[in-house]
Design a protein around this ligand. Sequence first.
Ligand code: ATP
Ligand code: RIB
Length: 297
Amino acid sequence: MSGAIVVVGSINADLVLQVARHPHPGETVLGRDSVLMSGGKGANQAVAAARLGARVAMVGAVGSDSTATVALAGLRDAGVDLTHVPTVPGTTGLAVVTLSQDAENSIVVIPGANLAVTVDAVDAARDVIVAAQVCVLQAEIPLPAVARAAQLAHDAGTRVLLNVAPATALPPGTLRLADPLVVNEHEAAVILGRPIDSPADAAADLAALGIASVVITLGSHGAVVLEGGRLTSLPARMVVPRDTTGAGDAFVGALAAGLVEGSTILDAAQQAVRVAAASVTRLGAQASYPWKEEPLP
Ligand code: ATP
Ligand code: RIB
């Protein structure tokens, strides 16, 4: 079974450390709790879309260690097709997430098996990429593989949803395949090579690079959508945040799910704002994502 959505990207286990406040460099603090959860930007986006009812296939890799079981649990539970997720020798991707009481996180990622998602691995998954309606990409696997997947998808008429996270300077030729490009303000600043004063100006400057449509997420301020020369601001839903880890991934997954249902980018983004708001009210990335029938903020 392949998916209407194919996600080519990272799969991690997230070791979440709950602390009162983040340690300063050189300082030791005692934490409150620790938990190992399913994560990784690619897997998070796949799970977010699948929980909303989309048919999703994942292209990625896990390691031969016991952590792989945790890393894959959320994908399995959401019914994501794992045919193109081999087990490779070595460690599974690991993210250490330090989460403070005010819901701020800092994350260190050790890529591990995600480095095995190479151009060759993408080529081996060509059939599932070209058969999909939407190909969702991030920047947590080797960048040549991101570029290849975007090109394969684009050439086959598969829509490319490119989320340049973590912030990376991808080649302009790859950025131009995106429709839409989804970035937060920091990622937009890295691509544009300048600080962002106004999200509207940043979206226009990104579009001027030759990108068909642009979405900039703005955390608790929502998002802006630039499509067909029309800019729309979408305010965030008012919620009490508990953990914003993976909010951007919830947004991207929901956006992809909306697009394969036939929604416009704007309508899909409106729903994505609500899905992402739900996600920040609960602990973890995938564990926090709403299922299809769940009421949203
Ligand atoms: P992350 O790296 O944590 O996944 P991100 O920086 O990629 O996040 P954000 O812009 O922080 O992405 O958040 C994505 C979306 O989640 C926002 O566009 C917004 O709709 C929603 N969101 C984030 N934080 C909040 C919040 N505190 N309250 C309501 N909605 C929020
Ligand atoms: O975007 C959130 C994700 O980033 C976490 O799940 C972690 O695995 C890191 O990849």
